[in-house]
Design a protein around this ligand. Sequence first.
Ligand code: G3I
Length: 353
Amino acid sequence: APVELDERYDDSFNIGAAVEPYQLKGKSAQVLKKHYNSIVAENVMKPINIQPEEGKFNFEEADKIVKFAEENDMDLRFHTLIWHSQVPDWFFLDKEGKPMVDETDPEKREENKQLLLERVRTHVKTVVTRYKDVVDSWDVVNEAVADVASPETDGLRDSTWYQLTGTDYIKVAFETAREYGGEDANLYINDYNTEVSQKRENLYNLVKGLLAEGVPIDGVGHQAHVQIGWPSIDDIRTSFEMFSSLGLDNQVTELDVSLYGWPPSGKYNTYEEIVNSEENILEAQADRYDQLFNLYEELDADISSVTFWGIADNHTWLDDRATQYSDDGLGKDAPFVFDPNYKLKPAYWAIID
Ligand code: G3I
């Protein structure tokens, strides 16, 4: 039987990993090349890194990831053109340097809105033009949807983008990406908790409405920051099926299976403690991975790629989260199928077999 992850799932979908440029050499690079056929930048392609000052584009770090993908014949996901987080402040300052949200005069508000949309156009145009031949899937807009029922914002996240433009920032981002990326560009709207009924509904209504207006969306990115016991497989299945029914592709874009519930207790402080845990937590995690990949395979016609939000348990944003919420300011998580030394975990065998 094949032992490489990407080979194992070759008939079904791509297997990807999120990376920082420092991981493109040494052991992490070896594992990347062996097991994955797609990569995405964990941070360096976000607006704050790409255009820290207006008109000053910085592609140095991003290019390292592009080069690695090209040299190793891997697919590339782009994360992310537009997001409410990790976006530099200048986007939302008017020509006098005043926060646009403070403007009360309707005429000036309209001017600000047009200026902001122009900035969206410039950012998207510049990035898409540069990378259109190497990027396979674009996260055009990330996390635009509200977590709860919110009739006052039509189910949308009440971000500065939304406050200043309504849904126009989303439309302009997708239209510009299509204009400069061409018909072959695969354009995704990406979000977390897409399995949770209210949020799923919010996202569905948004996408359906945008498609009806002719906004060029090709698919939905499901971040999939999940836990061992949450969300249910039925909820995950429903989510994929809802978006497929709109004729859209699905991608799993940021998969990790945390050992914790919510909020994370951070009760394990080292990987050693995790391995030796009385409750055999790594076996429980393996069962969860088994269920997830069984579902992905069952629905493989609707899913074109499955990307982990990291490579191995030595580098994960979930460590920061476990630390942040724990009582003692310590905490280790271990969400992937490779351990901190790139050894194969029970979860690896669960998705290979
Ligand atoms: O680069 C600076 C460094 O110069 C500084 O010394 C250090 C001090 O804190 O911070 C570094 O920046 C950090 C950056 O990651 C790079 O390591 C930021 O503080 C930190 O907030 C940032 O976290 C990233 C987070 O997005 C930001 O919201 C995580 O690495 C990244 O995994 C995470 O990814 C997001 C996806 O983009 C969207 N979906 C959710 C996912 C997890 O939060």
